[in-house]
Design a protein around this ligand. Structure first.
Ligand code: HEM
Length: 533
């Protein structure tokens, strides 16, 4: 129920109603002319601003980004009520004019930011069933990931004796998995073309962070100024050109009798479509869906695995227990497989805790209300942008015993058995929840256990970390690292980043190099020389 609106912008009155007009609309800070409440939000760390604002305005509060009405949901109860209890009401996505220069428009929306409707449903079903046909959740993909984990371990062992940034190697391993599902091949890690692709996608993701993309979305005519998209989104454009190259090759070699990957399967649907039939299976849409799968499937698992390495460095006692469980259940003579998971409650709990505490998509992806709705006594009209503060769920103080600490016991019962927790929502929930969850879980388990089966991760303290060797100095250093970790996150617009935050790197090694001294893969772990202190 709402009182008649005033419109703040010409055009569709429905879209630009000012939030103050509604009774029982969620409360929020005072809105300034034109800017709305954007000054209240740090766009590099929006979840931190939201946590602060929720203390004042409650778990459901409103903001205004220029002309757009935004409602932010905080804590497990509010997020669950919206995404699970009122799944359809909250299943839409806002429209993103800032992607129009890449071929996105109201008739061609890809998958991730597709509006809730027949085209999204068609693409989501197709993606799920096709990824399953190519092995998602099955033994065939498990074998492929295991093999990739072997390549990753070999690449790590080549760095013997030197500290290095593991990000790019992990990213290449993870990219290979989704690349081969989507485009049918994998690359050697030193392949130049692959190197370029991985770097361009990484830079493209960086272009998503901060305030500028938000501004261009709200004031899209700025993108019509000649040269602006080329300058601001040069890597997103470059990544699209690379995908075009890959798809053109596919089109040239495509055979209906030999469907070897997601792209071939999509092209088959394009072929099947009769003229005049409305469909989302078009070549233009394939470009967007392929980019969606590749970027969603790379950044997320990569970032989580980087956090995994970092937490093992910082919590040697946890790492030791994982090693013990691996030695007991798998041993050193065979590769880990998914059946092992059921017998490895501690490792499973550690991986869950890495995801909970790592909190890599702190505000998930934006949703939008599909119809007028009510939530926790508030009225939220159709077309309101909804931000789910997933970070506030993963660190909800009413649910987690030690929300702001790395504590694998969150997922263990008194007998040391693994327990699921309902507030564990890194993949979100409801209609738009992560489509790649099964794949991601398989990757996290197999890559993590394979790395830990082969290596001990240690801070390279001799090089940089502890300058003050007294025990007081060490304590302070540890506190500093913990503090940085608590405060840092992986920023981004919608929201990720590709690397560990600079402050974290800086606080640990104080140099360009990343964190660790790796020991030789083939050496049994207990022979590893401790370079620690
Ligand atoms: C650790 C790994 C991952 C995490 C934490 C993660 C998390 C998420 C989250 C939070 C969302 C937004 C859900 C929402 O809007 O409520 C999402 C959506 C999505 N994810 Fe993932 N994801 C991961 C891995 C993957 C992988 C490997 C793929 C590859 C297939 C993937 C594909 C997608 C797609 C296509 C969507 C959009 C779904 C839709 O709008 O219908 N994700 N993911």
């Amino acid at each position: 129920m709402y009182v008649e609106e005033e419109t703040s912008k010409g055009g569709s009155s429905k879209e630009y109603k000012r939030s103050r007009s509604w009774s029982r609309y969620p409360p929020g800070p005072t809105s300034l002319p034109f800017l709305g409440t954007i000054l209240q939000v740090n766009f590099y760390n929006p979840h931190l601003s939201f946590n602060q604002l929720s203390k004042k305005f409650g778990n459901v509060f409103s903001l205004q980004y220029f002309w757009t009405n935004v409602v932010v949901l905080n804590g497990y109860e509010a997020v669950k009520d919206a995404l699970v209890q009122k799944a359809e009401d909250f299943a839409d996505r806002p429209y993103f004019p800032r992607y129009e220069h890449l071929g996105y428009n109201k008739c061609c929306e890809g998958l991730i930011i597709s509006r809730y409707g027949p085209a999204w449903r068609e693409q989501r079903r197709f993606a799920l069933s096709t990824l399953k046909n190519f092995g998602m959740g099955k033994k065939s993909l498990e074998n492929q990931i295991s093999q990739e984990a072997g390549f990753l371990c070999s690449a790590f062992s080549c760095k013997e004796g030197h500290s290095f940034d593991p990000l790019f190697l992990i990213k290449k391993a993870v990219s290979n998995v989704i690349y081969s599902l989507t485009f049918g091949e994998r690359f050697d890690y030193d392949d130049e073309k692959f190197q370029r692709l991985v770097e361009i996608f990484q830079q493209a993701m960086k272009e998503e962070t901060g305030f500028l993309p938000q501004l261009l979305n709200e004031v899209p005519f700025l993108l019509r100024i000649p040269g602006v998209p080329q300058k601001v989104f040069q890597y997103q454009r470059a990544s699209m050109s690379l995908v075009d190259e890959i798809l053109n090759k596919h089109k040239e070699t495509w055979e209906s009798t030999h469907i070897k990957d997601f792209t071939d399967a999509f092209l088959q649907e394009v072929e099947k479509t009769k003229e005049g039939v409305e469909t989302s299976f078009t070549y233009e849409n394939l470009r967007l869906v392929a980019v969606d799968l590749f970027s969603a499937g790379t950044e997320t698992s990569t970032t989580t695995l980087c956090w995994a390495v970092l937490y093992m460095l910082l919590h040697p006692e946890v790492q030791r227990k994982v090693h013990e469980e691996i030695d007991k259940v798998i041993g050193r003579d065979r590769s880990p497989n998914m059946l092992d998971q059921a017998n490895m409650p501690y490792t499973n709990a550690v991986i869950h805790e890495i995801q909970r505490y790592g909190d890599i998509l702190p505000i998930g992806l934006p949703h939008m209300t599909y119809q007028d709705t009510e939530l926790q006594g508030f009225f939220i009209p159709k077309d309101t942008v909804i931000i789910t503060n997933l970070s506030s769920v993963l660190k909800d103080e009413t649910f987690w015993e030690k929300p702001h600490q790395f504590y694998p016991e969150h997922f263990l019962d008194a007998d040391g058995q693994f327990v699921k927790r309902e507030a564990f929502l890194p993949f979100s929930a409801g209609r738009r929840m992560c489509l790649g969850e099964q794949l991601a879980r398989m990757e996290l388990f197999l890559f993590f256990t394979s790395l830990l089966q082969c290596f001990t991760f240690q801070l390279n303290r001799q090089e940089n970390v502890i300058h003050d060797k007294s025990s007081e100095g060490k304590r302070k250093d540890k506190e500093r690292i913990d503090q940085v970790l608590c405060e840092s996150w992986i920023p981004g617009c919608l929201v990720f980043l590709h690397s560990l935050p600079e402050e974290v790197k800086g606080s640990i090694v104080g140099s360009e190099d990343f964190l660790m001294m790796l020991r030789k893969m083939h050496q049994p772990r207990h022979h590893v020389q401790n370079l620690g202190s």
